[in-house]
Design a protein around this ligand. Structure first.
Ligand code: ADP
Ligand code: MG
Ligand code: MG
Length: 256
């Protein structure tokens, strides 16, 4: 049983117009096996929260704490955070030409677990995981995300998730750009990770449709860099109907 605790987290980024405060005191606690949906308008800081937790150097922490089982995550480098059990599925996965999927994944698994899986075990585990995600075996030899479609990139993120077996996963709009079949396959992968390893999930999403496949225990509304409301699954239904307008500044409206 593990706990990820975010306490009054503040973060900013350097922009052309100067330093911009994006996270304005985020409070959130996730336990193993729980799924928390973070829902909010575009530009509210959801990806910034994801990147800040993962240790992206562009985002400066200005205050607050993040603890994973009591350990100070913010003092760790990005790779130490991964070893501590944190995983980020990025909204826009990075293409890495020249590095094959199989080498990348085996290197990552070795780094996180502290020892290399034997080639035989590895080959079997990789091909089975790819099969479950309906990925063509040829993808193992392709460069990481290089020329992948949007949906293929999201599957590759979930493949990493299944192989790395983290304690907590941040899924940043893993549903975006997926057709219904891909959404179901990707969701099944996340649910498997949850069942097999007791994964705790922070599921960042703009839309409610993924919540039909991955059931949240808790739903948070995220606006202007903060959690502004927390509820059960019914809160997502209300957001579906009402949109985010009431959480936006006076006069502003989200154009789809
Ligand atoms: P969301 O994921 O909720 O759509 P983001 O975290 O991507 O929101 O962005 C929040 C705000 O911070 C936006 O106004 C965005 O333009 C700004 N922002 C985020 N990252 C950067 C950056 N690296 N440089 C400049 N502005 C940024
Ligand atoms: Mg956005
Ligand atoms: Mg985002």
């Amino acid at each position: 049983m593990s706990t990820l605790q975010i306490i009054d987290l503040r973060a900013s980024v350097e922009t052309k117009e100067g330093r911009k405060q994006i996270l304005n005191g985020v409070n959130l606690t996730i336990e193993s096996g729980q799924t928390h949906a973070i829902m909010g308008p575009n530009g509210s800081g959801k990806s910034t929260l994801a990147y800040t937790l993962a240790g992206h150097p562009k985002y400066q922490v200005d205050g607050g704490q993040v603890l994973i089982d009591g350990e100070n995550l913010l003092e760790m480098t990005a790779d130490e955070r991964a070893k501590a059990g944190l995983f980020l599925a990025m909204q826009y996965p990075v293409e890495v030409p020249g590095v094959s999927m199989t080498n990348f994944l085996r290197t990552a698994v070795t780094a996180v677990q502290g020892e290399a899986p034997s080639i035989r075990t590895w080959t079997k585990e990789l091909s089975e995981a790819m099969k479950r995600l309906r990925m063509d075996p040829k993808f193992a030899q392709r460069s990481v995300n290089d020329g992948f479609s949007g949906g293929e990139k999201k599957r590759a993120e979930v493949l990493q998730l299944e192989l790395l077996k983290p304690k907590f996963a941040i899924l940043d709009e893993t549903d975006s750009g997926l057709d219904v079949d891909a959404l179901r396959i990707v969701s099944e992968g996340v649910n498997r990770a949850k069942e097999n390893t007791g994964l705790g999930i922070m599921m960042v999403t703009h839309y409610t449709r993924i919540l039909k496949y991955i059931k949240p225990d808790v739903v948070h509304v995220f606006a202007h860099g903060q959690v502004v409301e927390t509820g059960g699954p019914d809160l997502a239904d209300r957001l579906e109907e009402e949109g985010y307008d009431k959480y936006l500044p006076e006069g502003a409206s989200e154009s789809a």
